[in-house]
Ligand binder design. Sequence first.
Ligand code: URA
Length: 241
Amino acid sequence: MKMPTLRLDKLLTDTGRWSRKESRELIRAGRAAVNGETVRRPEQKADPERDAVAVDGAPLAWSAHSYLMLHKPCGVVTATEDRRDRTVLDLVPEALRRSGLAPVGRLDKDTSGLLLLTDDGAMAHALLSPRRHVDKVYLAGIGGRVGEEDCAAFRAGLVLADGTRCLPAELEDLGDGLCRVTIREGKYHQVRRMLAARGHAVRTLCRLSVGPLRLDESLAPGAVRPLRPEELGALRAAAER
Ligand code: URA
């Protein structure tokens, strides 16, 4: 006999489409069904991997894990809790919250851009491993220009002021006081310290992509959305490489 595993209200909330309160209300209103039968008790259990769960007749897309894209604004800290500052988790609407949700890697308080949040620890670990060669691309405002010697130093593997050696990285001058930096590690303040090692002070820093995942330009700073299936598929492929 199969074992039911999750309360129906939790299962609905995990999809990110409804808050716990909304899930309970819609179940009580008779809008949810399990294996074709209307269920009105939020506490009734269902196995999301085996039972056919539907709301208003439409099958429910359920995933064992949650994967969220955040456009991190400057001024919030990459942490799950902090006594003083707002954290990236504070920006996640209640309907998208899950236990174990955490940022993948870290952006400085003054850095904006793409931040992935997930409760899938194995995926997070794989994406952060330098062995997987998952590129992270940043747009840095330096108010000046980087030259060919700077780019060559990045390609060769830069040594930071404290003697730390970086893996080979890419640096491109974009004009207008901007440059693009591609790294595959995540050392503390890495981009700022790499550019500082070449005499360039970073004024603004924004992460544009992590592996195949690009910052959605339509996502306003501070906004969060679940990854689309094709984004998740590409990310999984990058993490498994
Ligand atoms: N490198 C930095 O210096 N800061 C970040 O937030 C990310 C990469």
